[in-house]
Ligand binder design. Structure first.
Ligand code: HEM
Length: 399
């Protein structure tokens, strides 16, 4: 019997041994607590994600957010199947192609430098600060907020709202107090974006929200709810994930200082470090799909209408795909990783997030001669879907 209970926080804080047992003993495993089939091998995860007809995304958002969905009237693109998915994807994709993103380079560097200036003015030229709350949670939210056109003063609220919404995935394990906090965050995020929508409708600016309000997809304007949903999806998709990638990176560097030294000596190794970190411990651990008909996967029959959970974190550790898969190797340069998904819903922001992570690391290493997590004990987020440290106290020295 394989013990993998995604609702058990000791499992979610160290999921990899559990994934290994699944791959070894039950590559398609029924998970009682989530009432779904966990898929742990690379090839099977690839099959599921590539076949949107049989493995539908339509229930993705309802499963993740349940009654805490801030915009339940319409589904966001991540929860739409073709052909409806294509309509919004085309429109949003146009805003995220490398040609539109590349020129943000110096703006993104400035954001990282300004955050570090704030840290130094608050804490001095050496000491301790919380890497998550004072850098990694603020950096991508500022980048995405700039792009979307949202209020920078609300940055910290965004992090709370998004954390709470993502933790709704664990709602079955929570009591009324925690659920009330999630409910409040869901209402607050909706109220914020409704107000922003109304403001931009009345006086458009040169930002993405105004662009979405103006845009037409297949000759039709997006409805107000579609715009709200898209903005919230970009915030959830674009903020938490990149925040967590940076947090995960520095959480692990404590146990592998030689990697950081190597990268410090040669910045051209930063992209290899990011790619291997995405594989080794990625910010998105699993996705959600539902079968549209009975299907057989790796010898297991899955009934129609069943919840299927492709474990991206497990696929990334599949020993048939990656030699010595449980080790971090700076020079691995994996050709393929599962961290951004596969198939029609492949991450829209993969280029932006890699670019953000690279620029952030360059600026951090330039400005800090020492930047180390102070403890071996990392408190991981309360989610089996998203992975990242809740907070990360670090000691620092400036150059
Ligand atoms: C390290 C950072 C990131 C990771 C690990 C990540 C991961 C993922 C994954 C696994 C999916 C696939 C979902 C599925 O198949 O159901 C996805 C989709 C998506 N991501 Fe990301 N993401 C990251 C950064 C971003 C950024 C920066 C943005 C935008 C600002 C973004 C926007 C989206 C959107 C809109 C989708 C839905 C695409 C669709 O449904 O067609 N992501 N992401």
């Amino acid at each position: 019997m394989v013990s993998y209970d995604p609702l058990d926080s000791s499992v979610t804080s160290h999921p990899y041994p559990h994934y290994a047992a699944l791959r070894d003993m039950a590559r398609v495993a029924w998970i009682e607590s989530l009432e779904g089939y966990a898929i742990s091998k690379w090839d099977d995860v690839l099959d599921v994600l590539s076949n949107g007809k049989v493995f539908s995304s339509a229930q993705f958002w309802p499963v993740l957010l349940g009654e805490y969905d801030p915009v339940p009237e319409v589904q966001p693109m991540i929860s739409l199947d073709p052909p409806h998915h294509i309509r919004i994807r085309k429109l949003a994709n146009a805003a995220f192609v490398p040609g539109r993103i590349k020129h943000l380079d110096s703006q993104i560097r400035d954001i990282a430098n300004e955050l570090i200036d704030d840290i130094i003015s608050k804490h001095g030229t050496s000491g301790e600060f919380d890497f998550v709350w004072e850098f990694s949670a603020l950096f991508p939210v500022t980048v995405v907020a700039d792009i979307l056109g949202v209020d920078l003063e609300k940055r910290v609220s965004f992090k709370h709202w998004v954390d709470d919404l993502l933790s709704a995935g664990n709602r079955a394990a929570y009591g009324p107090e925690r659920l009330a906090v999630i409910q409040k965050s869901s209402e607050d995020i909706r109220a914020y974006f409704e107000k922003l929508y109304e403001d931009r409708l009345a006086s458009p600016k040169d930002d993405m929200i105004s662009g979405f309000i103006k845009a037409e997809a297949d000759g039709q304007k997006l409805s107000k709810e579609e715009v709200l949903n898209l903005a919230i999806l970009l915030l959830i998709g674009g903020v938490e994930t990149t925040t967590n990638l940076l947090g995960i990176t520095f959480a692990h560097m404590r146990s592998m200082p030689e990697v950081l030294d190597e990268v410090r000596a040669d910045y051209s190794k930063i992209p290899s470090m990011i790619e291997e970190m995405l594989r080794f411990d990625g910010p998105v651990q699993m996705l959600f799909r539902h079968t549209t008909k009975e299907v057989e996967l790796a010898g297991t029959k899955i009934p129609k209408g069943a919840l299927v959970l492709p474990l991206l974190g497990s696929a990334n550790h599949d020993e048939e795909m990656f030699e010595d898969s449980e080790s971090f190797k700076l020079d691995r340069n994996p050709k393929k990783i599962m961290s951004f998904g596969q198939g029609p819903h492949f991450c829209l922001g993969s280029y932006l997030s890699r670019m953000e992570a690279k620029l952030a690391l360059e600026v951090l290493l330039d400005r800090f001669t020492v930047l180390e997590s102070v403890s071996d004990d990392v408190e991981w987020m309360d989610s089996y879907f998203a992975r990242g440290p809740k907070s990360l106290p670090v000691k620092f020295e400036t150059s």
